[in-house]
Design a protein around this ligand. Structure first.
Ligand SMILES: Cc1cc2nc3c(=O)[nH]c(=O)nc-3n(C[C@H](O)[C@H](O)[C@H](O)COP(=O)(O)OP(=O)(O)OC[C@H]3O[C@@H](n4cnc5c(N)ncnc54)[C@H](O)[C@@H]3O)c2cc1C
Length: 495
């Protein structure tokens, strides 16, 4: 095992650095035969001499050959410079606090001076200094460009959301109730359909139910079924996503809505995740800071197993700690970290505590897992677990990783680096390793991004600023990493 030091930070990197993308995803709604087939395929593809040789060398911390460049070396120079400048601002609590009131005003101002969509100078400044760092673009063409740039860097795809929040004029119209059609749900439907048109089959559409306005929020709060218009909108979105082979995830929100979000999403998974091609196009989000989340996951695993559909899980720690009843949340950050890692481990091992196949009369259901996190330890642990399973020819859970655009680039770049062919990996070793094995070892790295005009994205940008305020230490670390990379390039003449 080789643990290398890179810059100031200790890096433990996976042996997959010399290998290529996408864990083969093998499952179908015919669970029993699929599970057997999956085991067979996984075993067949990995039972080569190379796998046993790698397994013999397997360590919990797999390595990179020395001479490997640091992860941020992947970043194009202009993006590195912009990232350095912006994280430097975000790492300064004083500057951030000074900017936030102005950003709040700009998010709703109609005046020429303060609306960035009307004032060309303000628009240019906002784009250069903030928007371009966190957002994908203002229209389809810009988003397409940003997404193809991300793909060129090695990302598997993007998760795209429409940043626009409910307009006050629509709120008034909805409250007035003069029309049989809720204008906010309609606006939300159109926004999501436009977003869907901008992405392709390896991407995700991010859906937030509360964005559909007061009628939907009321139904979420009271545990009612989806309002008819909302159900029709979701059907249209899910059908269109299924036709394009695009996955979508439903965001987790405040606890007062979450039980209903879970119920609505299970209903969608029941319909769309039981396709015979074995795809799992719809993911629900699970917040591991909540003490009861493992119970919810277990319940959904049992339902999926019994009813024959695949469970898509996006795992997050949870973003609403400041507003949730504290007793629902783990007592310490360490407990939340442990819960996140334990859920990840169990889902990768396809053996969730208290899940009993005899009880459901069916094996562990097809599962796809997505880790949406900026926590380096969790990402590394998951990579190492998945690698051990690949090398030991154990059944694999399809696994993706995602960070927000403009955040945690060191982690994202480290994942991308694992996807690239290692120049120091010998040709014999590459040949010895079957392609399926090489593919299985590569992580699926994604970036989450939002699109919309500068003013439409202001609320999203404000949330990013608040998030940075709560994690200044980490932002400072990111800024230091960018400075280190810039210094490395200057002293090695750009190599
Ligand atoms: C792509 C992406 C999508 C996301 N989607 C959602 C979503 O749909 N819904 C959602 O709620 N969040 C979502 N988040 C945000 C996420 O839940 C976290 O708030 C954020 O990512 C920070 O957590 P972390 O895992 O990156 O790691 P860290 O920064 O290591 O963890 C911070 C988190 O730990 C937890 N925590 C902090 N202090 C304590 C404490 N004292 N006790 C217990 N727990 C504590 C909180 O959850 C806090 O957010 C998303 C994040 C990403 C990157």
């Amino acid at each position: 095992m080789e643990v290398i030091r890179c810059g100031t930070k200790k890096r433990i990197i996976s042996s997959s650095s010399c290998l290529s993308p996408r864990t083969p995803l093998v499952h179908s709604s015919q669970r029993k035969s699929t599970q057997q087939r999956r085991n067979k395929i996984t075993r067949r593809s990995l039972s080569s001499d190379s796998a046993s040789e790698l397994l013999a060398n397997d360590q919990s911390q797999v390595t990179v050959p020395s001479g490997h460049l640091p992860p941020l070396s992947i970043m194009p120079a202009p993006i590195l410079l912009r990232s350095l400048m912006i994280t430097q601002i975000l790492a300064s609590p004083r500057l951030l606090s000074a900017c936030m009131p102005l950003m709040k005003i700009m998010s709703s101002s109609k005046s020429f001076m303060l609306n960035p969509d009307r004032n060309p100078l303000l628009h240019t400044l906002m784009r250069k200094f903030l928007y371009d760092h966190f957002c994908a673009g203002e229209n389809g063409k810009e988003v397409e460009q940003a997404v193809s740039q991300m793909r060129a860097l090695g990302y598997k795809g993007v998760i795209l959301g429409y940043a626009k929040e409910v307009e006050p004029s629509l709120l008034a119209e909805a409250a007035n109730g003069s029309s049989t059609i809720d204008p906010i749900i309609e606006d939300w439907r159109v926004g999501n359909m436009r977003t869907l048109e901008m992405i392709s089959d390896s991407d995700f559409l991010a859906i937030k139910f509360t964005g559909a306005g007061p009628a939907v929020i009321e139904a979420l709060k009271s545990g009612a079924p989806m309002p008819e218009q909302m159900a029709a909108a979701m059907k249209e979105i899910c059908d269109a996503a299924a036709a394009r082979d695009t996955r979508l995830w439903i965001d987790a929100e405040n606890q007062k809505y979450q039980a209903t979000i879970d119920a609505w999403t299970v209903e969608l998974m029941r319909t769309y995740n039981s396709r015979t091609d074995g795809k799992v196009p719809i993911y629900n989000t699970y917040q591991t800071y909540l003490k009861h989340t493992p119970t919810v996951i277990l319940e959904h695993l049992k339902l999926a197993s019994k009813e024959g559909w695949g469970l898509g899980l996006k795992l997050v720690r949870g973003a609403y700690i400041a507003s949730e009843p504290r007793h629902l949340i783990h007592d310490t950050k360490e407990d939340t970290d442990a819960a996140f890692d334990a859920c990840t481990d169990a889902l990768l091992a396809q053996r969730f505590p208290s899940f009993d196949s005899a009880e459901t009369g069916a094996p562990f259901p097809p599962v796809e897992l997505f880790l949406a996190t900026h926590n380096e330890d969790s990402v590394k642990k998951a990579c190492q677990t998945q690698h051990r399973r690949v090398l030991a020819s154990q059944p694999l859970t399809h696994l993706g990783y995602g960070q927000l655009q403009g955040m945690a680039d060191d982690i994202s770049c480290e994942l991308l680096q694992m996807c690239r062919d290692d120049p120091t990996c010998s040709t014999e070793r590459k040949v010895a390793m079957q392609e399926s094995l090489r593919n299985a070892l590569k992580p699926n790295a994604f970036k989450y991004s939002s699109w919309g005009t500068v003013q439409e994205c202001m609320q999203y940008l404000l949330r990013r600023a608040v998030e940075n305020q709560g994690a200044i230490g980490r932002t400072k670390q990111w800024a230091a990493a960018f400075r280190g990379e810039l210094w490395r390039r200057m002293t090695t003449l750009g190599r």
